[in-house]
Design a protein around this ligand. Structure first.
Ligand SMILES: CC(=O)SCCNC(=O)CCNC(=O)[C@H](O)C(C)(C)COP(=O)(O)OP(=O)(O)OC[C@H]1O[C@@H](n2cnc3c(N)ncnc32)[C@H](O)[C@@H]1OP(=O)(O)O
Ligand SMILES: O=C([O-])CC(=O)C(=O)O
Length: 379
């Protein structure tokens, strides 16, 4: 392959095959393992989607029950990790804390280096459950409260909200959070998944891959955008200021967070679904201010950015939903990780089942050659 053409940002580079998800960026469509995202968001559950992505097919009823029980059995954190979470500095970003805690889980796992399919699968199940427990515990500790121990009888979504708020959520809250988890579970070769695979392709342990993926997700150009969107909403302050704010931002050539995507050149289908739920909760719970600001930003920015194929992405409306569920802004990106661990793990399992070829692209060298080395004292 010629290296004369540079794929900036690796755009358009295809390095492997996958059956996990398909994005039609022009049409704004997303499928997990062949199933349209709309149907999965409406009718399935996070556990069912996790099974689908990890095993490549939808579970039968008894298989789903067994899978749920397996996840529930892994929810508890080792005491030493819980104690460490309490000792983290309070100023640290929760994504940094999560990254550190997952790395610590890796140190504690005596079978961390087991790269067999079965070993990776078992560790994936544990990570799906424990990342949720870590994030919920961090949120409680930040508020000066004791972490709430997980319950085995609740769904993944309900248990998470229970650990966050200390009370069992309503059916409506559970469904709302479950939809958010389903929508964030998987998205092809995004930056954090690619990072996870780059690390995995060196035959490093899965904790190293997931720790690195969390680091990649943290950035505001990727998962960190959901927090940045809510910071923008706070900066705008009131719906009537949204138009002027957008105009000023665009005049300064600054980016509107939560808009634009490397693959979608149409509206992200996940944003469409989240907008619908954001509107419902905003109306129902009288929290229309944030929603109004966002719809005005979308409309005003759309005039300039729409013709360039820049529309809201998954991060644009998710914050309205999270705020409604009692989740603070700095925990929006950790929530993304709580969901995306499934996609990371599924891609690791899928790539591991191939020859796990080392990911090693090239950069075109544009420097000089054969320079004469001048000793330090002679320069
Ligand atoms: C879960 C996720 O990761 S979804 C993405 C979350 N990230 C964000 O929401 C952050 C804001 N968006 C962005 O920064 C970008 O749209 C990205 C990084 C997501 C993808 O962008 P890319 O495909 O790499 O496009 P790139 O960064 O090359 O930008 C192309 C052009 O569109 C413009 N553009 C892209 N996004 C935006 C935006 N949100 N606001 C204003 N202009 C934008 C760029 O300024 C650039 O303009 P130029 O050609 O005049 O210089
Ligand atoms: O696909 C991407 O580049 C980013 C994204 O939307 C995601 O990871 O969900």
């Amino acid at each position: 392959m010629s290296v004369t053409e540079i794929a900036r940002g690796l755009e358009g580079v295809v390095f492997t095959e996958t059956k996990l998800s398909y994005i039609d960026g022009q049409a704004g469509k997303l499928y997990y393992a062949g199933y349209p995202i709309e149907a999965l968001a409406e009718e399935s559950s996070y556990e069912e989607v996790a099974f689908l992505l990890l095993q490549g097919r939808l579970p039968k009823k008894e298989e789903l029950e067994a899978f749920k029980a397996q996840l529930a059995a892994e929810r508890e954190l080792p005491e030493v990790v819980l104690n460490a979470l309490k000792a983290y500095p309070k100023h640290t970003h929760p994504m940094s804390a999560l990254r550190t805690a997952v790395s610590q889980l890796g140190m504690l796992d005596e079978r961390a280096e087991d790269l067999s399919q079965e070993g990776l699968y078992q560790k994936s199940i544990a990570l799906i459950s424990r990342i949720a427990t870590i994030v919920a515990a961090l949120k409680r500790i930040r508020e000066g409260k004791e972490p709430v121990a997980p319950r085995k009888d609740l769904s993944h979504a309900a248990n998470f909200l229970y650990m966050v708020n200390g009370e069992v959520p309503s059916r409506e809250q559970e469904k709302l959070f479950d939809v958010a988890l389903v929508l964030h579970a998987e998205h092809g070769m995004n930056a954090s998944t690619f990072t996870a695979l780059a690390v995995h392709s060196t035959s490093a342990d899965i904790y190293s891959s997931i720790t690195a993926a969390i680091g990649a997700l943290k950035g505001p150009r990727h998962g960190g955008a959901n927090e940045a969107v809510m910071r923008s909403v706070q900066e705008v302050g009131a719906p009537e200021r949204a138009v002027a704010w957008v105009q000023e931002k665009l005049a300064k050539k600054e980016r509107i967070m939560g808009m634009g995507h490397r693959v979608y050149k149409a509206l992200d289908p996940r944003a469409r679904i989240l907008k619908k739920y954001a509107e419902i909760v905003a109306q129902k719970h009288g929290r229309t201010q944030e929603y109004e600001i966002l719809t005005r930003i979308e409309a005003e920015a759309g005039k300039v950015l729409g013709p360039k194929g820049i529309y809201p992405n998954v991060d644009f409306y998710s914050g309205v939903v999270y705020s409604d569920l009692g989740i603070p802004v700095e925990f929006f990106t950790p929530i993304f990780a709580v969901a995306r661990i499934v996609g990371w793990a599924a891609h690791i399992l899928e790539y591991n089942a191939t020859d796990n070829r080392l990911l090693r692209p090239k950069a075109r060298y544009v420097g000089e050659l054969d320079l004469e080395y001048v000793p330090l004292e002679a320069r």
